[in-house]
Design a binder for this molecule. Structure first.
Ligand code: FES
Length: 642
């Protein structure tokens, strides 16, 4: 009989096949990407196709849905159990009867893309290192003696083409009861087509992983479906190490003063991580044993403390890390209770205080793919700065101190209900109006008092202080040198003498909220440190301007970029090209969880990042002094004009 002509979309691959060929076999022989966990047994439903949709003319094919065998009993059973959309078929069951145009929907592809909310960044291609395979194993036979593992391996080779698989010990310990419980039908998780890392009786549909951003203030975890890439649960908790010190350096000094203190900090962070795993597992309605892998990003001090490595070398020059490379571990080595042989991957660190969190940011933002010069700043108590493009990438860290987090600011506080986060100052009357976290009204709007009565107006958060100082500068209250202009005290009661200097009063009621001269100084020092680091990298790279700026981290996602430029926290740039990258480090951890190639990619990129040590650069001090002015003593900010 005549062969049938088959076209697959979206790949456009085509070929001729004898009538009676299963669609999945035809797809496989053409190299069309169709997923399967059950190996063509009509159980998993991953191999679904849509028949007869698409551009018939373009593909020169006349087709109808009838050119395939009718629903088989296996498909009937699957559809009645799990449900199937109109026009869908299981490609492992449907047989070709004539010419066909077949669409492979995104969810049936192995290498599917997860679209991210922002248009300016790469999509995440789902290609996880761990995959599930359902396999039927031969039963033991006294006449052909062989081990259970050997028969499992033989099944995986025959049914999946997976050769020479190893099996992890803790999984091996459970193999015999599981094979018998599953009546010789099991699902195995295989890592990198090399190692069996988990086995379940019968058919197992889903496997999960967790991406963790281990911050010094908060720890955030995202539970992801390893097959779809979907984030099924997210949660965060405070880093319990805070009780040993607010910021990184005070935690390092805790260890210096209390030998063995690193062990306490390692223990508490691991405990919290384990709690967090429990929280996301519950939220995602899964078992801990369904979680096969975790990825981590974090700054070098967090990185060392997670691993149980004493961080004291990071407390002083030359800031040597124990290791820069990425790390593969068993979760059990970090006391993390997930699947018995669950895996951990920790992204590489760059050098000094530029850690795996910055590697995560690079992976997420992808400056190494671009022609244009990207500047990425992740601002916290330390600023991590990355500058460059696909030809060259430079990185440094700069000691900005805790001012941007609202610490060391007289009315500063953490971002919490009652904290001022937005502020506007009338340039004529010098009267302020503001908004606080927890209320969406401005202070001069009706209902503000009512809506804030439960928490009041308590202080200014990090993004609020940037705006307050930016607005004070725009209203002429602060001069270019950062001095609060005392002559305005005659004009407005908001400018008030405080001994030798002046304060600006934002709120009169208790607690009185002011911006003091010392506050302005603290912000000037912090922003000058950041700017000087940026300037140093621009000089090393030989560029006068940057094409785009990405502000990463919690601080970066809350500040209004306009004010960041008004006070000269970042260099001059088209404001439309300055963006918040959100939690880019966490996204980097997610990419490393879901795409195996990205691990090699970030390892290679990190390897060629040129690390600049600001502490030994003679020009740093000069850049720092010049950056104290608002927005800058010498550099021009053409994009701020008008
Ligand atoms: Fe599993 Fe078709 S491959 S249902």
């Amino acid at each position: 009989s005549k062969d049938a002509h088959i076209v697959f979309t979206p790949s456009g691959r085509r070929g001729d096949f004898p009538v009676g060929t299963p669609v999945l076999s035809a797809a496989r022989s053409l190299g069309v990407d169709i997923d399967s966990v059950c190996g063509g047994r009509g159980i998993c439903g991953r191999c679904q196709i849509q028949v007869g949709e698409g551009d018939f003319q373009k593909h020169k094919i006349v087709s109808s849905c009838n050119n395939m065998t009718a629903f088989s009993s296996v498909e009937e059973r699957y559809a009645s159990k799990k449900g199937m959309k109109e026009g869908r078929r299981l490609s492992c069951q449907a047989l070709i009867e004539g010419d066909l145009l077949i669409d492979v929907p995104a969810e049936s592809q192995v290498h599917k893309q997860v679209v991210r909310k922002r248009a300016d960044v790469r999509e995440i291609e789902i290609d996880p290192p761990i995959r599930l395979h359902y396999v039927v194993v031969e039963e033991p036979d006294m006449h052909k003696p062989s081990g259970d593992l050997e028969r499992l391996q033989a099944g995986l080779e025959a049914q999946w083409g997976l050769k020479n698989l190893h099996c992890d010990l803790r999984t091996l310990q459970t193999l015999q009861p599981i094979l018998r419980k599953g009546q010789w039908q099991v699902t195995v998780a295989v890592e990198n087509e090399k190692t069996i890392i988990a086995v379940w009786p019968g058919f197992k549909e889903k496997a999960y992983g967790i991406a963790v951003d281990l911050g010094s203030t908060t720890i955030a975890a995202h539970l992801c479906d390893l097959q779809t890439g979907e984030v099924t649960a997210s949660s965060g908790i405070m880093n319990p190490q805070i009780r040993f010190g607010e910021d990184l350096m005070s935690r390092v000094s805790y260890v210096m003063m209390n030998p063995g203190g690193e062990k306490e900090m390692t223990a508490v962070v691991r405990e919290s991580l384990d709690i967090l795993i429990g929280v996301v597992a519950e939220e995602g309605k899964i078992e801990r044993s369904d979680i096969l892998s975790m990825t981590f990003v974090g700054n070098p001090v967090m990185h060392h403390l997670l691993l149980g490595i004493d961080p004291v070398e990071l407390g002083g020059a030359p800031f040597a890390l124990t290791l820069n490379s990425s790390i593969h571990l068993y979760a059990s080595e970090l006391d993390l209770n997930i699947s018995r042989d669950g895996r951990v991957y920790i992204l590489p660190c760059i050098a000094g205080h530029v850690g795996a969190d910055t590697a995560g940011v690079i992976l997420s933002e992808g400056p190494h793919f671009q022609d244009e010069i990207t500047l990425i700043c992740d601002v916290g108590t330390n600023a991590e700065i990355v500058l460059g493009n696909k030809h060259r990438l430079l990185a440094c860290s700069s000691p900005t101190g805790p001012a941007f987090e609202g610490a060391q600011i007289s009315s500063g506080q953490r971002a919490a209900p009652g904290a001022i986060e937005r502020i506007r100052i009338d340039p004529v009357t010098l009267e302020p109006r503001y908004r606080v976290i927890g209320c969406d009204l401005w202070s001069d709007e009706e209902g503000f008092a009512e809506q804030t009565k439960d928490f009041g107006v308590t202080g200014i958060c990090g993004s609020g202080i940037i705006e307050a100082i930016g607005e004070m500068f725009l209203a002429g209250i602060i001069q270019t040198d950062g001095i609060i202009d005392g002559s305005l005290a005659e004009k407005s009661p908001r400018v008030r003498s405080a001994g030798k200097t002046f304060d600006y009063v934002i709120s009169e009621s208790e607690p009185v909220i002011t911006v003091t001269q010392t506050d302005v100084r603290a912000i000037q020092l912090a922003k000058a440190a950041l700017y000087a680091g940026v300037k140093l990298l621009m000089e090393k790279l030989g560029v006068e301007t940057v094409d785009r700026i990405q502000l990463a981290g919690a601080f970066g996602s809350h500040i209004d970029v306009k004010y960041a430029m008004v006070i000269g926290l970042i260099p001059d740039c088209d404001l439309a090209r300055v963006q918040s990258a959100g939690n880019a480090a966490g996204t980097g951890a997610r990419i490393a969880l879901l795409n195996k190639k990205s691990r090699k990619e970030i390892e290679d990129v990190v390897h060629r990042v040129e690390k600049i040590e600001t502490a030994v650069e003679p020009k740093f001090q000069e850049h720092f002094v010049n950056a104290m002015g608002m927005p800058h003593t010498t550099d021009e900010f053409v994009h701020l004009a008008g």
